[in-house]
Every structure is written in C-alpha cells, then in structure tokens.
Design a protein around this ligand. Sequence first.
Ligand code: C2E
Ligand code: CA
Ligand code: CA
Ligand code: CA
Length: 277
Amino acid sequence: AKMDGRGAFRFFEERMNDKLVSRKRMESDLRQAILRDELKLHYQPQVDLNTNEIKGVEALIRWYHQDRGLIGPDEFIGLAEETGLIVSIGEWVIREACRQATEWPDLSFAVNVSPVQFRNGNLVEIVRSALQEEGANPARLELEITEGVLLAQTDQSIDTLLALQAMGVRIAMDDFGTGYSSLSYLRRFPFDKIKIDKSFITGLGTCSDADSIIEAIIGLGASMGMTSNAEGVETADQVDLLRKHGCNEVQGLFFSLPLPSESITELMSDWEWNKKA
Ligand code: C2E
Ligand code: CA
Ligand code: CA
Ligand code: CA
C-alpha cells in the first residue's frame, strides 16, 4: 500500500502518542517502585592492584519491574532525574548501601550521586543520618559524581562536597575524560579519586595514544594526591598495563559483573577468587 503524506503523519502521531503513554506509565511505575520493593542494588568489586584484593564495591541500581523484568539504570535514571524522583530514589540508594555494607566491614563502598540530588536534596544530612543509623564509618563511603555536579551552581556544590569530605566521606570524579572540562574541574575541587572512563581502557594495548593518555591521567591525579580507578577492565592485558602505569585499583568484567549483595558476601569468603589478579 502506498502511504500519502497524511497517512505518514498519522502514523508518526500514533508513534509519538505511544511514546508518551509508555513514558507516563513508566513514570507512575517508577513512583511505585520503592514502595513495591522493586529496586535492588548490585555491587561490583573493586580490586586493589597492589594487594590483589577486593578493597571495595560500587553500588549500581537495578529495577526488577513486576511485568517487564530487569531494567538497567540507563533506561530509567534519566527519567528519574527529569521527574525529580531521583531525589527519593537516591536517598533510598544511600541508605540501602549503608545498610548492606555493614555485612562487609573491611570494604569501602561507592555510591553514584546524580547532579539533581545536589540541587534538590539535603544531601549532607541524608548521608550523615544514613551512616549514623546504619552504624557505618564515613571513611568507608565514597560518593561518585560526574562533571554535571560542578557545572551548575558551582559554589553551592563545592560547599556540599567539602561538607561531605569534612565528615570523612571521600569524593570520586566519575567518567573522567568524557566531559568537556574534566581537567579544569580537577583544579576547582580536591577529589579523592579519579575514575578513568572505560572508553579509555578499551584502547589500552592496541592504541598507543590510549596508553599515553591513561599514564598521564594517573600521573596527574597522583601528583594532586588523588588515587586512580580504571573501570570497564575486561582483559588480563589491560590489568597488566594499568598496573605498569601505576593505577591503584580496577573494576570490570575481567574480575566480576556487578553482583547481588549475597554473592558479594560469598565472594569475600572465597580466598581463591581473591588471588585471581
Ligand atoms: P557508571 O557509574 O559509569 O557505572 C559503570 C557501568 O559500567 C555500569 O553499568 C557497569 O555495570 C558497567 N560495567 C562494569 N564493568 C564493565 C566492563 O567490564 N565492561 C563494560 N562494557 N561495562 C562494564 P550500569 O550498572 O548499567 O550503570 C550505568 C550507569 O547508571 C552508571 O554508570 C551510573 O551513571 C548510573 N547509575 C547506576 N546506579 C546508579 C545510582 O544508584 N544512582 C545514580 N544516580 N546513577 C546510577
Ligand atoms: Ca560510577
Ligand atoms: Ca563511570
Ligand atoms: Ca557512566
């Protein structure tokens, strides 16, 4: 059948309408997700390249939707930010991570914080009370932020970050190197850690530029008193090269996917696994 202009437009309209409906549906589902207990944190081990031991975990959120099954954060964090739902979801994440981390007293635990949480929520108080109520040492908590946090309301954001550091919480710069001005942010704020984005790790060993860039980032961070983490590490060669370049810690599929908390507890008692590196 031939489609005239009008038919094509109607088709387009219907598609747009479907999109709006599914977005609305998703938004109301997301509103219910906490109450229905559908959100869950998975944890990805972070391995210390000096000791070859798991030194910490990063909490990564998952949504077990009652009809749609497992939904990854890339599919709903954006919506949560646009609707403001990220404020309550983010508060749940911090509390849940503090609670579960008490099972692994020797590990640090990292939590991703959305820029929207900085603008709307009372982050310092939320973190303080979560740590206190769950009895977790602030020095074990690391908050991962992206450039977006410093992009808007810089002074206020910096005050918030400084207040968190004063509490003993560490601040990591996530996805380093992917934004426009990663370098200038290093000057503006004393991060404790730089997380080198996985797009750089992919080229390691196959592209000499990637090697020099990573070496430079690690060296720059070290000279400013920041530790380095490489994410998205998938091969033994990448581990070797990162160790050679002086990287402090790595995480990625080579060691482990993000796992449910029960599996982390098992892993921690598995001595053999710890020797894999
Ligand atoms: P991110 O913070 O950069 O997290 C790293 C992502 O890389 C995770 O995807 C992780 O599962 C994935 N990954 C880990 N190892 C490898 C590997 O070896 N190769 C590859 N290709 N990928 C690997 P995930 O869990 O889907 O999370 C995606 C993004 O969603 C995160 O990126 C973070 O920005 C956001 N996110 C996750 N959890 C939260 C949360 O609780 N709050 C907020 N605000 N954002 C979150
Ligand atoms: Ca992260
Ligand atoms: Ca990242
Ligand atoms: Ca990312």
